[in-house]
Design a protein around this ligand. Structure first.
Ligand code: AMP
Ligand code: AMP
Length: 338
């Protein structure tokens, strides 16, 4: 098989197990870049062929030449931006699955909002708080915060003024706090076939925003509990079927807007819209993740949705490998590499 010539490689964190298992199932050789403390753990899995161990993930650029010789295709996930930063991702010289041009749009909250708004997607109201009155409750997010760290909730002006002191002169944004069900929709778009699929969906478990409800209101009174949005895990969820067409349509609009705003290729492969659904069944999109998200790890063996499309176990990780395999067979690899 032709794809035997390529090795699928990624950093050992986030969704690497799913990605590499999927690559193995599609007939690729697999390689993991890991750290000393994690090596033994990753060696316990049977589908990883090669290991490169670094002192720290940030040393990644030092092994690029070695990886080039091995004919790797890098599959990025959340740890690439978290541990290497946008610049090191953009400067990577290796074949990289995905469109790197979307990274700047994803990183900048204003650009991200412009993208979603131009797509005609409903986003939470954002306040220019020095120039307009704010309706509470709100959520305050520092720039560049990842995974909900550094966010706070404010129920009124006094609450906001007390809590914002800790931010010093850090930049932040203020959004209306949307009360509803958080739902993270995992899409996959193939530019080879122009087909969009909803692969799966998840809801996150966030400490302690999701824990507070376990204490009755009376028990909470007098305790100084602040909700924290740091994610610790994910659980599955399926959406009311009558809401699925709208979820699908949001994915399509996101792709179309990216082609107009970013470049001709736009966003492709896996991406996720992070939504909150309110009691009137309205989606509010908080954020877009432009790659495989960790919530897909629930579905290493496929999801109720991917089963409908594939009739075989199809994780997002495996779907990526399938896409690369098809691109190799059709001689269209450059179309999906950045
Ligand atoms: P890590 O490699 O665990 O440090 O994760 C890299 C990035 O992905 C961080 O910004 C995390 O917040 C995010 N992330 C990791 N695991 C999850 C998860 N299970 N659900 C949502 N986001 C996650
Ligand atoms: P984000 O970094 O935008 O993915 O947000 C992390 C978490 O903060 C989300 O999963 C939500 O639980 C919470 N969150 C963010 N924005 C809002 C909002 N406008 N309303 C309510 N909760 C929010």
């Amino acid at each position: 098989m032709k794809n035997n010539k390529h090795t699928i490689a990624t950093l050992g964190s986030h969704s690497s197990l799913q990605i590499l298992k999927g690559a193995k199932d599609e007939g690729f050789k697999t390689l993991i870049i890991t750290t000393k403390e994690r090596e033994e753990f990753y060696k316990s899995f049977p589908f990883i062929d090669e290991f490169i161990t670094l002192a720290s993930f940030s040393d990644f650029p030092s092994i690029e030449d070695k990886l080039k010789e091995k004919n790797v295709i890098i599959i990025p996930h959340g740890s690439f931006v978290a541990h290497l930063g946008t610049e090191k991702n953009k400067n990577m010289k290796l074949p990289y699955y995905g469109n790197k041009s979307v990274l700047d749009w994803e990183e900048d909250r204003r650009q991200q909002r412009e993208w979603l708004s131009k797509a005609g997607i409903n986003v939470p109201k954002q306040y220019d708080f020095e120039h307009e009155p704010v309706t509470y409750p709100i959520i305050v997010k520092s720039y560049g915060a990842a995974g909900g760290k550094g966010y706070f909730y404010a129920k009124n002006k006094t609450d906001f003024e007390k809590k914002i002191i800790a931010f010093g002169n850090k930049k932040f944004i203020i959004q209306e706090y949307v009360i509803g069900v958080p739902l993270y929709i995992h899409y996959f778009y193939s530019p080879l076939t122009d087909k969009l699929e909803i692969m799966s969906m998840d809801r996150r478990y966030e400490t302690n925003a999701d824990g507070i409800g376990r204490i009755p209101l009376l028990g909470q009174e007098g305790l100084d509990i602040e909700p924290s949005y740091v994610v610790v895990g994910n659980s599955d969820l399926v959406l009311r079927e009558s809401m699925l067409p709208e979820a699908y349509d949001m994915g399509r609009k996101t792709i179309e807007a990216s082609r107009k705003l970013i470049d001709k290729k736009g966003i492709f492969g896996p991406f996720c819209l992070e939504t909150i659904i309110t009691p009137d069944a309205k989606f509010y999109v908080l954020e877009i993740s432009c790659r495989i998200v960790a919530g897909t790890n629930i579905f290493t063996n496929g999801s109720p949705y991917s089963w409908l499309y594939y009739n075989e176990p199809m994780s997002t990780g495996r779907r990526i490998a399938r896409e690369i395999k098809i691109a190799i067979e059709k001689n269209k690899l450059p179309l999906i590499l950045g």
